[in-house]
Design a protein around this ligand. Structure first.
Ligand code: NAP
Length: 276
C-alpha cells in the first residue's frame, strides 16, 4: 500500500480513535487527535503527530483544527446518557457549519450506532430500513446522522452504524462477566450485534482508501442471541451459567438482526466475522 501524504484528524480519540490513529500513522498519514481531558494530552501526543484539547461544539477551535485536514474521523462518545445532544448533535452541527464556505476536508467518517433501528422484535434490518429510535438518545443519534449527511456536497460523508464494541481491554467477559450465575429477564432470544475493534479500524481505513460515502452497518456477519452469547461466555470462562425468567420482558430495547451485506459488497472482509 503506497505511503500517502494525507492529513487526518480524529475528533474524540478514545478506545476506537487510538487504534485508528495507530493505523493511520502506519499508513503514512499525518495524524491529529483530540480530547476534552487535559491529562490525556501526553498519552495522545505519543501516538499522534498533534494532540489537541477540543470540545466538538467549539466552532473556532474546530475550524482551526480542521485547517489542511483531508479526512475527519468523528469518533466522539458521550460519557453518559445526559450529554448525548451536546456530544453528538451539537458537534455534528458545528462540524457541518465550519466546513462552509470552503474546506480542505474531503471526507468525514462517523462512528454511529445501530441503536437507531430501535426494537424490531428480532427482524433483519439493512441500511434501507427506516430508523425507528426507541428513546430520545436514539432520536439524537438519528438526527446526528442526518445533520452530517447534509454537509457540503464537496465532502463525502460515511456513516457507520456500529454494533456493540469488543476487543482488547474490552473483552466480552469484561462486559458480561457480572451476569454469570444471575437470572435475567426475558428468554434470551433477542438479537445482539457486535463488532471487533480490529474490524472497526479496518472498515474505517477501507472507507478512507475507497472514499466511501453513505450509511453502512458495521457489525459481524451473523448476529447472536443474547442467550447464545452469555452461554458461550460462561462456558469459555468456566463461570456459573445465566438463567432466564421468560415471565419478565427482556431489558434490551434494540432487538434487531443487523445485516452487513452492503459493507461486504463494497469489498470489506471482516477479520472477525463471528464471535464463536
Ligand atoms: N461502546 C460501544 O459499544 C459502541 C457501540 C456503538 C457505537 N459506539 C460509538 O463508537 C464511537 C467510539 O466509541 P469509543 O468506545 O471509542 O468511545 P470512548 O472511548 O468513550 O471515546 C470517546 C471520545 O470522545 C470524546 N468526547 C466526548 N465528548 C466530547 C465532546 N463533547 N467533544 C469532543 N470530544 C468528545 C472523549 O473525550 P475524552 O478524551 O476527554 O474522554 C473521547 O476521546 C462513539 O461514537 C460511540 O458512540 C460505541
Amino acid at each position: 500500500m503506497s505511503k500517502e501524504r494525507m492529513n487526518g484528524i480524529i475528533i474524540g480519540c478514545g478506545y476506537v480513535g487510538k487504534a485508528v490513529a495507530q493505523r493511520w500513522r502506519e499508513q503514512g498519514l499525518t495524524v491529529t487527535v483530540t480530547t476534552t481531558t487535559p491529562t490525556r494530552l501526553p498519552e495522545l501526543a505519543s501516538l499522534s503527530d498533534q494532540a489537541l484539547l477540543l470540545r466538538g461544539h467549539d466552532a473556532s477551535a474546530l475550524r482551526a483544527a480542521l485547517q489542511d485536514q483531508q479526512v475527519v474521523l468523528l469518533s466522539i462518545g458521550a460519557p453518559n446518557a445526559q450529554v448525548y445532544r451536546e456530544t453528538y448533535l451539537d458537534t455534528a452541527k458545528t462540524l457541518v457549519q465550519v466546513l462552509q464556505p470552503a474546506t480542505s476536508v474531503r471526507q468525514i467518517i462517523y462512528t454511529g450506532s445501530y441503536a437507531v433501528y430501535g426494537d424490531r422484535q428480532g427482524a433483519w434490518v439493512s441500511e434501507e430500513t427506516p430508523v425507528a429510535p426507541v428513546n430520545s438518545n436514539g432520536e439524537i443519534l438519528a438526527e446526528t446522522e442526518q445533520v452530517l449527511l447534509s454537509a457540503s456536497p464537496t465532502v463525502r460523508v460515511c456513516i457507520f452504524r456500529l454494533g456493540g464494541i469488543y476487543g482488547p481491554e474490552r473483552e466480552l467477559v469484561k462486559i458480561f462477566g457480572r451476569a454469570a450465575g444471575t437470572t435475567r429477564p426475558g428468554d434470551g432470544s433477542d438479537a445482539s450485534n457486535w463488532i471487533h475493534l480490529d474490524d472497526i479500524v479496518g472498515a474505517i481505513d477501507f472507507a478512507r482508501i475507497h472514499q466511501l460515502q453513505g450509511i453502512y452497518n458495521l457489525v459481524q456477519n451473523q448476529p447472536t442471541t443474547t442467550g447464545e452469547l452469555l452461554t458461550w461466555i460462561c462456558r469459555e470462562h468456566r463461570l456459573p451459567p445465566v438463567t432466564w425468567d421468560a415471565s419478565q420482558p427482556s431489558s434490551r430495547p434494540y432487538n434487531a438482526r443487523v445485516s452487513n451485506e452492503k459493507l461486504r459488497a463494497a469489498g470489506y472482509q471482516l477479520a472477525h466475522p463471528t464471535i464463536f
